[in-house]
Design a protein around this ligand. Structure first.
Ligand code: PMP
Length: 475
């Protein structure tokens, strides 16, 4: 398990922390995990900082749910006002859910005509997308990547290889290698389709996180998903873009991760940052793929799309636009990417850096063997936590530093992160004291997928989406 408290340092923890952990274990049982060798406890948060019970500030370079900033006053006020006014469900007429759906649909112009449906979690959104895809195609097969994570339901645990060998994949599921350097990803997908067919399984969908977060954060080169979408559709399957991680402006240049690839999906699933912490998630699906399903299957999700959650989601769109947060993600993300690239050039353990907007992955490698090192990544993550900067690790070996802050993360916050990262790397030097064995040529290219040169239209982004690509994939 990546970045998890394993109890080995319990004796070193302050008595109050030990006590809370013991009570937590007793009350919540063994399935829950805590981050960090020394778990962090927080009492409040604001903007890009979390505060522990003693009032010490921690820089948040990890959390994407409070995407427009922790406890953002506009979201707080919208939620409080709506909660004090009316909170029902989608079986009564209310304007809020309709207006929000209209705004959301306008951000996916290339999927039009399309419909929006609301759930409470990203898992529910993927689950619904899967039901629609299987209904529409008549197939059952699903292709995912080798270390994908798509959710907690029984149907999605079967599609989430990152849950590990104790959680088996479904028999209708093909896992393809992640689109890392050296992998011919379109060919892998084509092979998986043929293999499913050979086993008598017809393809329903290709389901992918548009940033391949749990596979190690793989954004480059923008556009590499276009031939995949074409192959999937040619085989009669649907392209489902899981935007739970990439969506709502995180990649900086686009509101949605799939737009970086010049494609448009059949179904998009969204969650995490959608309500800045309120449980709202959902899908946008092309009308054609949802029509028959909708006629034959009643859909009601008790809390999904209720007025309070919708108020939060609408407020998030307001803030993204008013504070030009995608543009900030592009600017700060590009700055961080460049600066970490420079740090990596002088570091024997940072073997590669990549990112899109405010989602960065940094490969950590053993300086002697050059092999990906989850242990060193954990040492960096925990070293930064000790210095009150929160990041985490990802990838199949936990060897990729995961930097994914709330979107108001500015240059001053990036500088704070960089100072602490450099300190922690210096501290590792003493521990390692081995020869520098990672050849520069072996490092992955430090290319940025962040096009900070491109002019960004903050006023128009909620209406425009991606420009229609030249190399259009199938409708
Ligand atoms: N898809 C992706 C790519 C995710 O990262 C997650 C959550 N980590 C989910 C789906 C599931 O979302 P939720 O936890 O809201 O059910």
């Amino acid at each position: 398990m990546v970045n998890a408290f394993d109890g080995s340092r319990t004796a070193d923890l302050p008595p109050a922390t030990r006590d809370l952990i013991a009570r937590r274990d007793a009350a919540l049982g063994p399935a829950y995990r805590l981050f960090y060798e020394e778990p962090a406890e927080f009492a409040r948060a604001s903007g890009v900082y979390l505060y522990d019970p003693a009032g010490a500030a921690y820089l948040d370079a990890y959390n994407n749910v409070p995407s427009v900033g922790h406890s953002h006053p506009h979201v707080t006020e919208a939620v409080a006002r709506q909660l004090a006014t009316l909170n029902t469900h989608t079986r009564y007429l209310t304007d809020g859910v309709v207006s929000y759906a209209e705004r959301l649909l306008a951000t996916h112009p290339l999927m039009a005509p399309a419909h929006a449906m609301f759930t409470c979690t990203g898992s529910e959104a993927n689950d619904l997308a899967l039901r629609i895809a299987r209904h529409y195609t008549g197939g059952t097969g699903v292709i995912v990547t080798a270390n994908a994570y798509h959710g907690v339901t029984a149907a999605l645990a079967e599609l989430s290889p990152s849950l590990g060998p104790n959680v088996p994949l479904g028999l209708q599921v093909a896992a393809v290698p992640a689109p890392a350097a050296g992998v011919n990803f379109p060919a892998a997908v084509a092979w998986a389709i043929a293999d499913l067919e050979r086993h008598g399984v017809r393809l329903a969908a290709f389901l992918a996180d548009s940033l391949f977060s749990s596979d190690g954060i793989l954004p480059d080169p923008a556009g590499f998903l276009a031939p995949v979408a074409e192959t999937v559709r040619a085989a009669g399957g649907l392209y489902i873009a899981d935007e739970v991680q990439a969506g709502f402006g995180r990649t900086g240049t686009h509101l949605w991760g799939y737009q970086r690839h010049g494609i448009w999906p059949d179904i998009v699933t969204m969650g995490k940052p959608m309500g800045n912490g309120l449980p709202i998630a959902g899908i946008v699906a092309r009308r054609e793929v949802i029509e028959d399903f909708g006629r034959k299957s009643r859909y009601f999700n008790t809390f999904g799309g209720n007025p309070v959650c919708i108020a939060a989601a609408a407020a998030v769109l307001d803030v993204l636009q008013a504070e030009r947060l995608p543009a900030n993600a592009a600017a700060t993300g590009g700055y961080l990417l460049d600066a970490i690239t420079r740090l990596a050039a002088d570091s024997p353990v940072l073997a590669g850096v990549r990112g899109a907007g405010l989602y960065l992955g940094v490969d950590v490698a053993d300086p002697v063997t050059g092999a990906p090192s989850g242990e060193l990544a954990a040492a960096i993550v925990n070293g930064m936590r000790e210095r009150r900067v929160l990041i985490s690790a990802t990838g199949p070996r936990g060897s990729v530093l995961k930097i994914r802050p709330p979107l108001p993360f500015g240059r001053e916050h990036a500088d704070q992160l960089l100072t602490v990262l450099a300190e922690v790397l210096d501290g590792l030097g003493a521990v390692l004291d081995g020869p520098r064995a990672v050849p520069q040529a072996g490092k992955s290219s430090h290319t940025s997928s962040v096009d900070t040169e491109r002019s960004f239209d903050p006023e128009g982004f909620l209406n425009s989406g991606a420009a229609r690509p030249n190399d259009q994939t199938a409708q």
